[in-house]
Design a protein around this ligand. Structure first.
Ligand code: NAD
Ligand code: DAU
Length: 360
């Protein structure tokens, strides 16, 4: 039975990936989820699978070499899928250090531990072992406002925020292990994800949550920054396909050609909420464009991201299954059905963060 070590599995993409993998492979794989449960990690995301015999949760920090070494010593790990990271750009602008700590040093620990566990006396590696480093398109920097410019795997790195700089640093470390030791790894650089379990500090769940509550919808700058949105399950599928069908040592960009200005996203969410809220629901009164509020721009705000997914499509045959219109409806439906989840994650520390960030 193949054993996966998933880091950051209690976060947004990690928990969706674990659900996807258990749906796809059933009891034929084993998953060990290692997560430090920071503000972004939430075991409620995994409640429905917590008692499965082929799923184990270990609370540990990826920077803790002793704890990670122990997991490798006690388990014959075949695959590492490394999601754990500090992931929010705005937080990185306020507090960069923890991003360097987790994203750079934590990745170094993961690489060291996997290398030590998998290395053979002749310097090669045990057959079939693979490490996948989950990264972002933000490492490529910002594109001009020109519909024909895209990020390719060959685009030079040009990160601007402390978050993207720390992810670029982690990517470089993985590349160095592949180049120096022929360490069996892949890197994936994906565009913006959305879907169930996303923490409401990020644009889409923040707008859904605020609109439903009749709170202001904060738009940074002129609202015309472009992001390339992908339904999270399509990202999970891509990661699995890269790990099983991709060429080792290669980088694959993941994105579905779904570029939209932030203000367009907000209008789509408002329209979809209006369509989906039942007749007579009092929230229909306040869910409208009057909530849109332009606020101070994000420092160093990248203008446009757009992934060219040509390589993953040509080599592996990956394409997204969920188009934006359907994905946003599924996401809103999920939030309708999980009001308690939203209440729980927006209480306490998050409320403090929100008040400081948006000066409310
Ligand atoms: P998230 O913030 O929702 O989750 C991160 C998870 O990592 C949390 O469960 C947190 O508890 C855990 N974690 C943080 N520090 C840790 C540490 N020191 N040790 C162990 N666990 C720790 O993030 P996400 O949006 O799910 O992103 C996951 C990965 O995907 C990140 O590497 C991110 O850079 C990358 N990525 C995200 C997006 C996106 O749109 N969200 C797009 C492309 C790539
Ligand atoms: O591109 C991939 C990246 O996407 C991931 O690597 C990051 O982990 C993930 O957080 C995301 O980064 P962004 O900065 O693009 O996502 P965010 O949801 O924070 O913002 C999306 C856009 O919306 C961005 O242009 C900033 C803008 N924005 C965001 C917030 C939170 C607003 O206008 N208002 C807001 O309140």
């Amino acid at each position: 039975m193949r054993t996966y070590l998933v880091t950051g599995g209690a976060g947004f993409i990690g928990s969706n990936y674990i659900h996807y993998m258990l749906r796809k492979y059933g009891d034929s794989i084993r998953i060990i989820n290692v997560d430090a449960l920071t503000y972004a990690g939430n075991l409620e995301n995994l409640k429905d699978i917590e008692n499965r015999s082929n799923y184990t949760f270990v609370k540990a920090d990826i920077c803790d070499q002793k704890a990670i070494t122990k997991i490798f010593a006690e388990n014959d790990i075949d695959r590492v899928v490394h999601f754990a990271a500090e992931s929010h750009v705005d937080r990185s602008i306020k507090n960069p250090e923890v991003f360097v700590q987790t994203n750079v040093l934590g990745t170094a620990v993961m690489l060291n531990c996997a290398k030590a566990a998998w290395e053979l006396p002749d310097g090669g590696f045990q057959e079939g072992k693979k490490f996948l480093h989950v990264s972002t398109d933000e490492v490529y920097g910002s594109l001009p406002e020109d519909d024909h410019a895209f990020f390719y795997e060959t685009t030079p790195y040009d990160p601007h925020s402390p978050y993207s700089a720390s992810k670029a640093g982690s990517d470089m470390l993985v590349k160095s292990y592949m180049d120096t030791y022929r360490f069996p790894a892949n890197i994936t650089n994906c565009s913006n994800n959305y879907g169930p379990y996303q923490f409401p500090e990020k644009l889409i769940p923040l707008i859904i949550n605020n609109a439903l509550q009749g709170r202001k919808l904060p738009v940074y700058g002129d609202g015309k920054n472009v992001r390339d949105w992908l339904y999270v399950e399509d990202h999970a599928k891509a990661i699995d396909m890269v790990q099983e069908q991709g060429r080792l040592f290669e980088t694959y960009n993941i994105g579905g050609h779904n570029e939209k200005q932030n203000i367009e996203i907000i209008h789509i969410i408002l329209e979809t909420l209006q369509e989906m809220l039942p007749e007579g629901d009092p929230r229909r009164e306040h869910v409208n464009e009057g909530l849109i509020t332009y606020v101070e721009d994000r420092k160093g705000h990248d203008r446009r991201y757009a992934i060219a997914p040509d390589k993953i499509k040509a080599e592996i045959g990956w394409e997204p299954d969920t188009m934006f219109k359907e994905g946003i409806r599924k996401t809103i439906q999920w939030f309708f059905e999980h009001e308690d989840w939203m209440k729980n994650v927006t209480s306490g520390d998050y409320q403090k963060y929100y008040n400081e960030m948006y000066k409310e």
